[in-house]
Design a protein around this ligand. Structure first.
Ligand code: ATP
Ligand code: MG
Length: 301
């Protein structure tokens, strides 16, 4: 770990904690970083990212060899908070064979023919693997809560969309995640907390830069108008679903370099803290290795 545990713990939401996103500063920096001049801060962030990415690469190797555990990392955020680029940077050193990224977009008609966790089940990481969710099952209590009319397409019989309905979705999600955790999946959930003002700047940048035009859609602006409703939905979902088995971290996202460094550090620290071992050979396996060595050595002589 490069950042202190107590620093990272400041970003972690305890089970049952009532959170107010307005009290989480999107431009937050750890105390010892805040004191540094701007250039020194950035280079420290880059250094931290580099060492966490290296730590993550070797930790992943062990996760893969151990082949009992898996790691699920969920990314949720408002548009332009930097989900894609964080995933790209943080996972840059990992072996692609041991990692998959699933992007959850609007559900397909096949998805809508099933219960809301069906498509999530299909994407959970296998033992030894890291699974990244770019958006996730949480959209079902975020965008769907902000736009309850989307529920019609899910064709749930006798549904009443009220407080109890959303509570039942949180319960389903908590039980789903507990089940995964009990069966060997470590879960980390990151809410990349960008400010409304920074989102505005990033949207303008996308509009001004022809290479970024493709990143901007009219729908993003419409969702921005619903900012407060999204914040309320995030706040409630995070409070209802942060657990020891699957904690939420609220990651300050206005400074991309800091966000990436912190996320990489939390992921690599988590894997390093898992009970992972290279498989221990049985006496028979060792005999096979010795025999193979003798046979291969004889070929060369
Ligand atoms: P980008 O950074 O490329 O814009 P994105 O994750 O925003 O990435 P989009 O294709 O722009 O991808 O948007 C996906 C949309 O799908 C989001 O608006 C999201 O809210 C929506 N979505 C995801 N899951 C669901 C769901 N279960 N029900 C309804 N809408 C969903
Ligand atoms: Mg989008």
């Amino acid at each position: 770990m490069v950042l202190e545990k107590k620093t990272l713990d400041q970003l972690k939401i305890s089970p049952g904690e009532r959170i107010r996103l307005s009290e989480h500063d999107p431009a937050w920096l750890p105390e010892h970083v805040r004191k540094l001049p701007a250039e020194a801060r950035k280079s420290l962030g880059k250094q931290l990212l580099k060492s966490s990415v290296e730590g993550l690469a070797s930790a992943q190797d062990l996760l893969y060899a151990d082949d009992r555990w898996s790691l699920l990392v969920v990314f949720q955020a408002m548009d332009a908070a930097g989900k894609d680029s964080t995933i790209k940077h943080v996972m840059s050193g990992v072996n692609p064979q041991g990692c998959s990224v699933t992007s959850f977009k609007q559900p397909s008609s096949e998805d809508l023919n099933h219960n809301f966790l069906w498509r999530t089940w299909k994407a959970v990481p296998a033992r030894g693997q890291i699974g990244i969710f770019n958006r996730s099952h949480y959209e079902e209590v975020l965008v769907v809560k902000v736009h309850p009319e989307l529920l019609a397409a899910q064709r749930i019989p006798d549904v009443k969309v009220n407080k109890a309905f959303w509570q039942s979705r949180y319960d389903d999600i908590n039980e789903f995640e507990s089940h995964l955790a009990r069966n060997g999946t470590k879960i980390l959930k990151f809410f990349l907390n960008v400010s409304k003002d920074e989102q505005r700047r990033r949207f303008l940048d996308r509009i001004d830069d022809p290479k970024k035009h493709w990143k901007f859609s009219q729908a993003d602006l419409a969702e921005r108008q619903l900012w407060d409703k999204y914040q309320a939905a995030y706040q409630e979902a995070i409070a209802a679903t942060s657990s020891d088995a699957a904690p939420w971290y609220v990651i300050p996202a206005d400074r991309k370099w800091a966000m990436r460094a912190v996320v990489a550090d939390i992921i690599s620290t988590t894997i390093q803290g898992m009970d992972l071992h290279y498989p221990v050979l049985t006496a028979a396996d060792e005999d096979h290795l010795k025999a193979a060595k003798t046979s291969l050595s004889a070929e060369g002589s």
